[in-house]
Design a binder for this molecule. Structure first.
Ligand SMILES: Nc1ncnc2c1ncn2[C@@H]1O[C@H](COP(=O)(O)OP(=O)(O)OP(=O)(O)O)[C@@H](O)[C@H]1O
Ligand SMILES: [Mg+2]
Length: 258
């Protein structure tokens, strides 16, 4: 579905992503892990279109997308969440979902009329996503007033409301407690069961190893391992990358050392 072929993105002397070749297969949950600063978010930004690659090719559903702006990639079916949550904080929970659903029809052209019309199948679908997010009771609250975990849930539901076939999730479990992470695990599976493909960036190893079909590992912008969760966990280079990383990520180290 998505193919990164020899993709690089350098910032001055920093090789944030360095000759990365990676395939995301339709219908899978692919984990992308690596120590802090290893290039995970840069990879998401390259796929979503916030950054252009310094070199390499990028294909999505047969389209060469490397030169396309973010909104064109969104129209093709790529949606993402942000490591630092980005919602319309002055809109309500419902309005955030509805905006994503309405914009999907035909972009911003005629947005207001479609926003106001608000009936029919599109509305039913947005209602279902509100249920899915577990935020039905918060429907009319401003997104900016939600608790942190709730904002992450809304961001995930909003990405789904865009109708995207590929969801890029950048650390969706960050700041969540154990129960919230269990719920997130179930939501990610449910999105996959609805036919979505998911690229999951995460530091929370239990979630990654439990939910992902395959996992790829970055270190200093390069892919150092790829395989099933078990294969990756057993990989000597992966262990060295994490245990040698001075990033204070004790959770990760503990999970890998276990
Ligand atoms: N816009 C930018 N300008 C300059 N350098 C950048 C930029 N974005 C990222 N970098 C650098 O690229 C490298 C990779 O960063 P990136 O954010 O992709 O890492 P990450 O794997 O997502 O890390 P984390 O786990 O901390 O989120 C880092 O050295 C970072 O400082
Ligand atoms: Mg990141």
């Amino acid at each position: 579905m998505l193919e990164l072929d020899d993709i690089s993105r350098h910032f001055g002397g920093v090789k944030a992503v360095d000759h990365l070749t990676l395939q995301v297969r339709r219908g899978e949950i692919l984990g992308l892990i690596g120590p802090n600063g290893s290039g995970k978010s840069t990879t998401v930004n390259l796929i979503a279109g916030l950054f252009k690659p310094t070199a390499g090719t990028l294909r999505f559903d047969g389209h060469d997308i490397a030169a396309l702006p973010p909104h064109r990639r969104a129209e093709l079916g790529i949606a993402r969440t942000f490591q630092n949550i980005r919602l319309f904080s002055q809109l309500t929970v419902w309005q955030n979902l509805w905006a994503a659903r309405v914009v999907r029809e035909s972009g911003w052209a005629g947005f207001k009329a479609r926003w106001l019309a608000g009936a029919g199948a599109a509305r039913d679908e947005a209602e279902q996503l509100l249920e899915f997010s577990g935020l039905a009771a918060r429907r009319d609250q401003l997104a900016g007033n939600l608790a942190f975990g709730e904002q992450r849930r809304l961001e995930l539901a909003r990405a789904a409301a865009s109708g995207a076939s590929l969801l890029l999730l950048d650390e969706p479990a960050a700041g969540m407690n154990a129960q919230e992470i269990d719920e997130l695990d179930a939501r990610i599976r449910s999105l996959r069961d609805q036919g979505r493909t998911i690229l999951l960036i995460e530091h929370h190893m239990e979630l990654v190893m439990g939910v992902c079909d395959r996992v790829a590992v970055l270190n200093f912008g390069r892919k150092i391992a790829e395989g099933t969760p078990a294969q990756v966990q057993d990989d000597a280079q992966v262990r060295a990358a994490y245990l040698g990383a001075d990033d204070g990520d004790e959770l990760m180290n503990a999970a890998l050392a276990a």
